[in-house]
Design a protein around this ligand. Sequence first.
Ligand code: SF4
Length: 331
Amino acid sequence: MAAKTEKLLQVKNLKKYFNVSRKDVLKAVDGVTFDVYKGETLGLVGESGCGKSTTGRTIIRLYDPTEGEVIFDGQDVGGKLNRNEKKNLSKRMQMIFQDPYASLNPRMMVKDIIAEGIDIHHLAKSPKERIERVYEMLETVGLNREHANRYPHEFSGGQRQRIGIARALAVDPDFIIADEPISALDVSIQAQVVNLMQELQEKQGLTYLFIAHDLSMVKHISDRVGVMYLGNMAELASSDDVYGHPLHPYTQSLLSAIPVADPKIERTRERIILEGDVPSPIDPPSGCRFRTRCPFAMDICAKVRPKWHEAEKNHWVACHLHDEEIKTENV
Ligand code: SF4
């Protein structure tokens, strides 16, 4: 597959803090930098509480960033936006949510759920055009026009997620943030939804930020994968590099936890078991946030936050082990 190189989204040093009490601040996202290229799927992975969903929600402006830049198709959308700018952004950027049970209004018919964006953006000139667009969307996601007059409770989890996808597609967006879109679905249905998203991407040239808590979930859909830990990006590279040649000890440990189908390899391969739990983002460790669980932690890891840098071509990592300057000083 040819590498996609045209940047659709640039996220620079993005921070999102929440005041949780008078003196405590939860640093959910604390200085994250990455690009998303046109037409690609960037998988964003990490344990729950690592900040991946907050990153997605801050990019799409469900939250206002505390600091940093979000540049979408050359335009800064991270600062104050007026109503028109917000509306424009919501046409070009859409979100698919994790829970297809909670994200659809149970009192609305499917046709009105799907047409919400069409109405907001005045994309249909007549009721006939509106319903035709709804039918088209239902058919695009593998449902049919008879489903338009039903309510969400009449559908299975997989079908509801298809409705969520149809709702997102109805405004003809360029970029979709899919926040754990398959985690709540049965394993047998997960592949169907992933396949549908891939087909739609090919047909409509969509770009995805695909958020998941598990590396195995994004393996088949992602061109590149970013791994987050405790509000920071730990590693970002092509899927082949992340799965075949991971640099960060955290990525290595996540990969070593995925079972391998071949029993011979499964018996002999080395597992990296992490000690302890993820520390609180209210009082994160100094220096490298992973140091309390890292099997390779050095003295410097407690003192200096590792630099987010391109250790190999198109392979970004935040770890002193791969920083040439630090390595030479510590030999
Ligand atoms: Fe481990 Fe240090 Fe690298 Fe952090 S910077 S991942 S603690 S070796």
